[in-house]
Design a protein around this ligand. Sequence first.
Ligand SMILES: [Zn+2]
Ligand SMILES: [Zn+2]
Length: 258
Amino acid sequence: MRVELLPSTFDDQGVATLEQRLTCFLIDDLVAVDAGSIAIALNNEQRNSIRDIIVTHPHMDHIASLPIFIDDLYPLLQEPMRVHATPEVIDLLERDVFNWNVYPRFSELKNDYGPVMEYVPIPVGRPFSVAHLSVVAVPVNHIVPTVGLVVSDGKTSVAFSSDTAETEEFWKLVNEIKQLDALLIEASFPNGMAKLAEVSRHFTPASLGQELKKLTHNGMDIMAVHLKPTYRDEIVKQLEELRIPKLSVMEPGKVYNW
Ligand SMILES: [Zn+2]
Ligand SMILES: [Zn+2]
């Protein structure tokens, strides 16, 4: 499985910077998990191949350029852009984003080929298919309805925590898989900001270190993501101090193969 965290900012040479401001993972250039930077950082091939987007929750850093992406492709879409999300998240996207005020309600619009956007409600706790992938979503502990995911192509399984603080169902799901190849988990704030992490339901390196004790698999890559750009260096240092084997920080723009 090929997984890329899309960049959201670039330096003056056009090279992706290490800071992650938005969240969008591409899987095998076919499926996106969240859509923060989707309209900013896809190459043309990816723009033509991505038609399935799983939205874990409606926070802006996860959906910022989703409306723009659909808008860009509007006349060209020969099949609808499928947005896979829980019914609660679909309701929030319709109410707060695609509401004719912030942006058009694309789910009601058609181009010459047919509908341009389609919501696909996803169940929690039961497998569903997205393109070539089998996915299971479970609620995690964030301030809006949010799901964590385990994504499998039949050979490789990768877990995405999305945004969360201490949680249980996600670990139950992850620990039940026979083989886990990679875990992508959030580490948003430095340890000195534990209070803010707590109220906004995110991890610090310290709370993540505690949380990872719930993981019964070992040997897989653990990739920290969602580090707040302003505190990135501090968070990276604190993550290193945990001395957890195979824990590293995921680099935007780099392709990982598992
Ligand atoms: Zn969030
Ligand atoms: Zn976020």
